[in-house]
Design a protein around this ligand. Structure first.
Ligand code: ZN
Length: 503
């Protein structure tokens, strides 16, 4: 990390404060990177008996990081730089403004409250791990009630103008508000429902995915990732139960995928998804690592980058044309046709599980969760009603009967880890991704032909130049407006759906 542009501020004390600020930000950035190494190792490599030692190590680092970010000297430094914001260079001002936003949020939460929420979240998560397979919502209910109460308290501490939910949403999608997100996703859900019905009214059998053993799938994933530009000199792909992407240094990007021998496409598409996240992280300005200018805009924009590769590129006809020969030679399945592959990755069918949902029904899964989160935060729904509310919404929006809480209200980890306000970012990512895809495909010459030939550098560079390199220079809304020339909305996604499924 280096200091940003030479400050235009003439005052010596501001220059000195800026130096201290950047030094402190670098220290916390290093602590975060070290913490990511430990988390990655825990999820991917660590032997089981190491877990209690690791928990202590991670708790120690979390405490140290928290102390750094809340120590009075640092808070005063951020305050005095924020007071002098007019005198700072534009880049320094962005870094300081964002640090001020973060520290203000931290300062509003009493330490006792923070530790109680961390403790309750950890406890609830462990209860959930055991209760979910047993279809036992009753056991988890009191823990979840406490966590939802703590979320409401958090919103009160943070403050909000219209909705308690706004204060929670803002953690994941800075500056987004319920008054914008809710009508947008509701409208999207209502528009998608008849389209999904039209596509599924004739019962069609699910096209069979290709089968392959894990080592063959690994070979395919490695060669596809290398083709799209994932660097194995600064990255790794490993197996895990729950795929994720993480970055633990300016040249260190780890992604994971899960393997299923009877469905060899799962690991390929989850690798593409996580590679999209890794491209974003690796495309952020390295000299600003740990600062706002070296950070992603929001979870919604992050998800737009993963879906860009998984859905908009990965599920395109051109990409299927490119990947099919590789797939049939690696898996030695010459009878598996291009049309079968295309049918498999484009299949639409309402289902129970969000993470397995197709491109169209996915946003309905998200909308259901948004309805419930809003209901909880507005105190219109109580935790004890969650299973029945969940099942009713799945019947109403997706026409799906939920056979158990295991595959119903207990399927996602988010609420059981205390996260409320996270889900909408998945659907926003779909919408942002469609807009960026439409823009990229209109600007890059011979776009589809290049995908078909396995040439991805033009689109990768376009994303880097237009999205990644901006860091947190803009809000999500402004970034989309700057790059796409219009405000975020659902039209480009619906146009994509119409072109792909109805023409
Ligand atoms: Zn993702």
């Amino acid at each position: 990390m280096t200091k940003q542009n030479t400050p235009s501020a003439s005052s010596k004390s501001v220059v000195k404060d800026l130096e201290s600020f950047y030094h402190e930000m670098q220290e916390t950035s290093l602590l975060r990177d070290i913490s990511s190494v430990l988390a990655w190792d825990q999820n991917v490599m660590m032997p089981q008996l190491a877990s209690s030692g690791r928990a202590k190590q991670r708790a120690y680092l979390a405490r140290t990081l928290h102390q750094h970010r809340t120590k009075q000297g640092f808070l005063d430094l951020v305050d005095s730089l924020a007071d002098a914001i007019e005198t700072l260079s534009p880049d320094d001002a962005i870094n300081v403004e964002n640090a001020k936003r973060d520290t203000d949020r931290i300062r509003k939460l009493p330490t006792k409250f923070v530790s109680e929420k961390v403790e309750c979240s950890a406890q609830c998560y462990h209860v959930w791990l055991a209760a979910r397979p047993k279809n036992d919502f009753k056991t988890i209910q009191p823990h979840l009630e406490r966590l939802m109460q703590l979320n409401l308290e958090e919103a009160e501490y943070i403050g909000y103008e219209e909705e308690a939910y706004d204060a929670l949403l803002d953690k994941f999608e800075p500056h987004a508000r319920t008054a914008w997100v809710y009508p947008l996703l509701k409208d999207l859900a209502e528009t998608l429902k008849p389209l999904i019905q039209a596509l599924t009214k004739e019962p069609r059998s699910q096209p069979a995915p290709p089968q392959a053993n894990i080592s063959k799938q690994q070979e395919l994933n490695h060669s596809v990732l290398a083709k799209i530009g994932f660097s194995f000199d600064s990255g790794r792909l490993d197996p895990t139960a729950h795929p994720f992407a993480t970055s633990m240094g300016p040249e260190d990007f780890r992604i994971t995928t899960r393997y299923n021998e009877s469905d060899a496409l799962t690991s390929l598409y989850s690798s593409l998804h996580e590679a999209g996240h890794a491209f974003y992280e690796s495309g952020l300005p390295k000299q600003s690592r740990g600062l706002a200018l070296g950070e992603s805009v929001s979870l919604g924009i992050h998800e737009s980058q993963s879906l860009f590769w998984e859905d908009y590129i990965g599920r395109s006809r051109a990409f299927c044309d490119f990947v099919h020969p590789l797939l049939s030679s690696k898996f030695q399945c010459s009878s598996y046709s291009k049309d079968e592959l295309w049918a498999c990755v484009s299949h639409v069918k309402p289902s129970l599980i969000r993470v397995d949902a197709d491109e169209l029904t996915y946003s309905l899964h998200v909308f259901i969760r948004l309805e419930i989160e809003l209901g909880l935060m507005r105190k219109e729904i109580s935790v004890s009603d969650l299973p029945s509310v969940w099942n009713e919404l799945y019947a109403r929006h997706l026409g799906v009967e939920v056979p158990s809480d295991t595959d119903g209200v207990m399927q996602d980890v988010h609420w059981y880890q205390g996260a409320v306000g996270y889900f909408p970012t998945y659907a926003l990512g779909k919408l942002y991704g469609a807009m960026l895809y439409e823009k990229a495909s209109s600007l890059i010459p011979d776009f589809e032909d290049s995908l078909r030939k396995g040439e991805f550098s033009a689109v990768r560079n376009w994303l880097q130049e237009n999205v990644h390199s901006a860091g947190k220079r803009f809000s999500a809304e402004m970034l989309i407006e700057t790059v796409c020339g219009k405000a975020p909305g659902k039209d480009d996604f619906l146009r994509y759906v119409n072109n792909k499924f109805f023409s």
